[in-house]
Design a binder for this molecule. Sequence first.
Ligand SMILES: N[C@@H](CCC(=O)N[C@@H](CS)C(=O)NCC(=O)O)C(=O)O
Length: 220
Amino acid sequence: MSDTGSADKLTLHYAPRSRASTTRVLLDELGAPYDLHVLNMRGGELKSPDYLAINPLGKVPALTHGDTVVTESVAIALYAGDLFPQAGLTPAIGDPRRGAYLRWMVFYAACFEPALMDKVLGHDPGPQSPYGTYDKVMETLAEQLGKAPYLLGDEITLADIHWGAALRWTLMFKLVPDLPVFTEYAERITSRPSFQHVFQDEGRLDAEHEAAAAKASGGN
Ligand SMILES: N[C@@H](CCC(=O)N[C@@H](CS)C(=O)NCC(=O)O)C(=O)O
């Protein structure tokens, strides 16, 4: 048995500068041993039969652990967080913060991302919207982040790794309001060495992928 509670190795199926970047940082923060399976998103590798057998949606991240396949960045974060509680970033079952931890992780996938996508695409979610309104989602998140340095209080958790990264890219693409509570939080989280290390490595990987895709399509 390894530290993971299983002899099976973790493999992160990953493409640079994507949602999988957050998962990579998260695994590093957990101190998880894992193999990195780098895919060239620009070169169409996410739609190859081999990768579609892992994630039929053709999207990253995905995590494999023996015969277990976990897709969806939030599910991967929760799964990995429970495998490595010793990192001190996972509010475990019985921790009074556990409910809030699950709430805010699922809020990301169930409310925040759908609200952003509807807004960008000009879709009116209507009165049956599963997230209420875009404005209410932003307001709810801003209010929570305004209470303490981290989402669940004075101590950082995996939820912050996830949300810090999310706010960084959504601010960059102007998908969320430019509120100081968002910008300061995103900066606080993503200035951590774990993020800086991955961002640096991704610059190199992405340039390689761009060159490979250009070459494959007959460019220089
Ligand atoms: N709901 C998924 C979203 C995954 C996703 O959209 N990933 C993007 C990269 S950021 C992707 O793989 N895009 C490739 C494509 O759609 O072809 C999650 O949170 O993991």
